[in-house]
Design a protein around this ligand. Sequence first.
Ligand code: CA
Length: 95
Amino acid sequence: MSHLETAMGMTIAVFDKYAKAQGNTQTLTKAELKTLLEKELPNFLSAGKGQDALDRIFKDLDENGDSQVDFKEFVTFVAALTCCCHKYFGHKGAK
Ligand SMILES: [Ca+2]
């Protein structure tokens, strides 16, 4: 597999792993999202801190307001974060 294919596969695998923990296996609850962020994006969550930050992130991600974060909502979040990283680290890259 190419790097990009691997990255896509890993994104799916990470979502599935945490979505499976409880209830609907196709979506993340707030508790599942919290575990995912703590384990997979430890620097991201520590920057915001606490329950307030988690509530805010969850509300932002849950675009359709069903109190679950589905894969599309998750991927939108990952893409947005990736854009931030690209902006932050990407100045050395080609124009
Ligand atoms: Ca949702």
